[in-house]
Each structure stands twice: as structure tokens, then as C-alpha cells.
Write a protein that binds this ligand. Structure first.
Ligand code: NAD
Length: 418
């Protein structure tokens, strides 16, 4: 394939050299003359293990060259990969000026060339960028020839210092397209690379990279907060880490990572509070830990808004699930009790279905929960009432609504956000 790589930084140089090593014909474009001169002399302008050899070999074989201008691209270029920088602007947003420049230049190139080109954006951008920022630039310049450009968003997951290995063996390939369907050109570019591949719409593909990097930051900050507390307590942080990561059932696993219900129950909130207290005592300054309970409260309010948007005052609502999780009668710190309270306060006609909760059988702290939330006793209904009532809204905290025979105008599953 004849491919243009725009932006010869860490991402662009790696893509250019790796694609050339697979036999593609690559032209790199960058306004930085010194980078362009380096590439044309077979020298890698950036330091990355293995890259110097790939660049030298690719230029020797005539498969890699560079230029400061897009005008030097071959007429039959079929793919342009955009890897320009999107540094932080003063307000924390991405500085989009390089993306705008390069989009305009490519649109003019396609317009004067009158041939179809797939333009794959690899730079990290915020969701909505391709449709709301990039597409209008191409449409303004190409007008009735806008069909000549296929826009694709293809986030890059490589890590500097192992970039070449990551390029050929990425953790995943994500390709965002306007309709979420495959792109033939991107399939050809990725031929031979074995990785889970996701075709999706632009929004999901654009947010992926930000989600991944934020999660890596959360993990690092969490590890360091625990390390600080352990160190101050005289506990071995290394041993705690060893034990923590050995648990691949609950800790290093997909568990607790699905967006859905708020956390609750007898352990999580209590133990978070306890670790916060311990951390405060030893001066751990564990800000991430301190943010967990407020974040959970915000989520409860979000779920209430999600479930009740467009719902009329006084509507008949049933909440499926009251205990903090399925198949238990444990009501301690159940987020569903908070939700029930919000629904009643907002003036909805609420019923609750939870076949595991029997008020007369509750003991200990759970009995206490019931005295603090006396409304629960009157609102609990049985399976018969559940299936014979016409509900305006079913709020499903267990993802069980489809298994039950219900008559409902609307069902909102807050256990799994769609
Ligand atoms: N570095 C990484 O590990 C990494 C990993 C994944 C994603 N990303 C994202 O990829 C993008 C590029 O990152 P990078 O680290 O390679 O950036 P970089 O700053 O190293 O390189 C960007 C290059 O783009 C060039 N450029 C600017 N305007 C241009 C134009 N109009 N035409 C052509 N080239 C132009 C610059 O001269 C520079 O050489 C960023 O959005 C970054 O967030 C980076």
C-alpha cells in the first residue's frame, strides 16, 4: 500500500518504519526539517529501541522517505495516517491546531488529486472530534466530493521504549468508523497483526485511549497510596503487592469493572472508611482513596436521574432488588435503599420486589436498617403483584427483568449501563 504518515514523532516514526518493514511504501510528512533530513539519510530522528535499524533498512530499500510538504505525496496514496501531537492546552483540553492544519492540507490534497483516500487519525482526541471537528473541515473543502475521503479513528496503544514490539503485537486494535462497520483499507493495513480487533463507531473509539490511560493512572496512584500507607505502618508494601496481584479472581480481573450499580453492602464502604481513617492517622494523604465514597454518592444520584428521566410525577415504579446484591437479604449500606428513598421523595408511587428480603426474618444490623427505612416494609411486593401490575417504570438492579413476566411501559437496567 502507498501510505502517508503525517507527524514523525514517537507514534508516527514507529508506524512509518514498522509499516515499511512489512513492504508498504511510506512517505512521512513533518514540518520539522531536521526530522525530515534525518529520515532521508536513513537516520531515526527519535530514540526508540530497534527503530534505527528499521529506518536505515527501509530507506535503503526505497520504502521510506520524508518531506516537509504534503504536495510531495504520490497521487495513488490510498491511506494517510495522522500522528501529529495533541498537547495539553492551558485548560487541560487537547490543543487541536495540528489536527486542524493537517486535516486542511489533506483535504486540499484529496480535492486536487480527485482520488479516494482513507484518513486514519491516531492522535489522541476527545470523543466527538471526528464528527464534530474533523469531518466539517473535510466537507468544507471537498464539498460535493466529500465521498472521496473515508475518515477512520484508530487509537494507538504503543508504549515508548517497547513501541516496535507493541506495534506488531498490540493489546488490541480499535477502528472507529462512521457506521461502526469494517474498513477494507484498515483491514489490509492490519493484515497479519494478531490482536483482538474492535470495529465501533467514532465515539467509543475516541474515548478508548483516554479511558485506558486514566485507568493506568488510577492503578499507579492506587498502588502508590497503598505503598505509602504500608510504609508508614511498617508493613511490607512489596509483600502486600505480591499478595494483591496473586488474586486474579477478584483483584486483577474483569470483576468490578463493568459500569452499572453503585457499590454498597457490609464490607466495601466500611473498609474504605477504615483505610481512610488509618491513612489519616499515619499521614498517608491518600486522595484517591478519599475520593471513592463521594464518587459512589455521585453515582447513586446519576442512577436516579438516569432511571427517572422523562418519568411523570406519581408514576408507578417497581424496583427489582433491594439488598446490596442478588441472593442475599443483607440490607447494610445497600445503594438500592438510597435509590428507593430518592424515588419516594421525588413523588413516585414505588413498590419493591426482592424475593430474598423478608422483614420478619431480619436480625441484627439489618433490623436496624429496616427501622431507619420503615417505608421498606410497606413497599415490598410478591411475585404475583409484580406480574399482575401495569408498571410505568421497572428499575432493574439485577438484570432480571427480561426473565420475569412484567407489563411495563419502560425498563431501565441500572446493573449494566448500555
Ligand atoms: N507517545 C506515545 O507513546 C503515544 C502513544 C499513543 C498515542 N499517542 C498520541 O499520538 C499523538 C502523537 O504523539 P507523539 O508522542 O508521536 O507526538 P510528537 O510530539 O513526538 O510528534 C508529533 C509530530 O507531529 C508533527 N507535526 C505537527 N504539525 C504537523 C503537520 N501539520 N503535519 C505533519 N506533522 C506535523 C510535529 O512536528 C512532531 O514531529 C498524540 O496525540 C499522542 O497523545 C502517543
Amino acid at each position: 500500500m502507498k501510505i502517508a504518515v503525517l507527524g514523525l514523532g514517537y507514534v508516527g516514526m514507529t508506524a512509518a518504519a514498522c509499516l515499511a518493514s512489512r513492504g508498504h511504501d511510506i512517505t512521512g510528512i513533518d514540518p520539522n526539517e531536521s526530522k525530515v533530513n534525518d529520515v532521508n539519510r536513513g537516520i531515526s530522528p527519535i530514540s526508540e529501541p530497534g527503530l534505527a535499524d528499521l529506518v536505515e533498512e527501509a530507506t535503503r530499500q526505497g520504502l521510506l522517505r520524508a518531506s516537509t510538504t504534503i504536495a510531495s505525496l504520490a497521487d495513488d496514496t490510498e491511506l494517510a495516517i495522522v500522528c501529529v501531537g495533541t498537547p495539553s492546552a492551558a485548560d487541560g483540553s487537547h490543543n487541536m491546531s495540528f489536527i486542524a492544519d493537517v486535516s486542511r492540507q489533506l483535504a486540499h490534497f484529496i480535492s486536487s488529486n480527485d482520488r479516494p483516500v482513507t484518513v486514519a487519525f491516531r492522535s489522541t482526541v476527545k470523543p466527538g472530534t471526528v464528527e464534530g471537528f474533523i469531518l466539517p473541515i473535510f466537507e468544507e473543502i471537498l464539498r460535493d466530493r466529500s465521498d472521496l475521503v473515508e475518515l477512520v479513528y484508530n487509537p494507538e496503544f504503543l508504549r515508548e521504549s517497547s513501541a516496535i514490539k507493541d506495534f506488531f503485537s498490540p493489546p488490541k486494535i480499535v477502528v472507529g468508523t462512521s457506521d461502526g462497520l469494517r474498513s477494507a483499507v484498515m483491514d489490509r493495513m492490519n493484515e497479519g497483526i494478531d490482536a483482538p480487533t474492535f470495529y465501533t463507531r467514532f465515539g467509543e473509539s475516541e474515548v478508548t485511549k483516554l479511558v485506558d490511560n486514566s485507568f493506568h493512572a488510577v492503578k499507579t496512584a492506587f498502588a502508590n497510596e497503598i505503598g505509602r500507607v504500608c510504609e508508614k505502618l511498617g508493613v511490607s508494601a512489596a509483600k502486600v503487592h505480591e499478595i494483591f496481584i496473586a488474586d486474579t479472581k477478584l483483584n486483577i480481573s474483569p470483576y468490578y469493572l463493568r459500569p452499572g450499580g453503585a457499590f454498597g453492602g457490609s464490607c466495601l464502604p466500611k473498609d474504605v472508611r477504615a483505610l481512610q481513617y488509618i491513612s489519616r492517622e499515619v499521614g498517608g494523604h491518600t486522595h484517591l482513596l478519599d475520593s471513592l465514597l463521594p464518587s459512589n454518592e455521585s453515582h447513586k444520584a446519576f442512577l436516579f436521574e438516569l432511571a427517572t428521566r422523562d418519568l411523570r410525577h406519581g408514576a408507578r415504579v417497581v424496583l427489582l432488588g433491594l439488598a446490596f446484591k442478588n441472593a442475599t437479604d443483607d440490607l447494610r449500606e445497600s445503594p438500592n435503599i438510597d435509590l428507593a428513598r430518592m424515588l419516594i421523595t421525588a413523588g413516585y408511587h414505588l413498590s419493591i420486589f426482592d424475593p430474598y428480603v423478608h422483614p420478619e426474618a431480619l436480625v441484627g444490623q439489618n433490623l436496624g436498617v429496616l427501622s431507619n427505612s420503615p417505608f421498606v416494609r410497606d413497599l415490598l411486593i410478591d411475585q404475583d403483584e409484580l406480574s399482575t401490575t401495569e408498571w410505568d417504570l421497572v428499575i432493574d438492579t439485577r438484570s432480571i427483568a427480561s426473565e420475569l413476566r412484567l407489563t411495563a411501559s419502560s425498563v431501565v437496567d441500572i446493573n449494566r449501563l448500555s
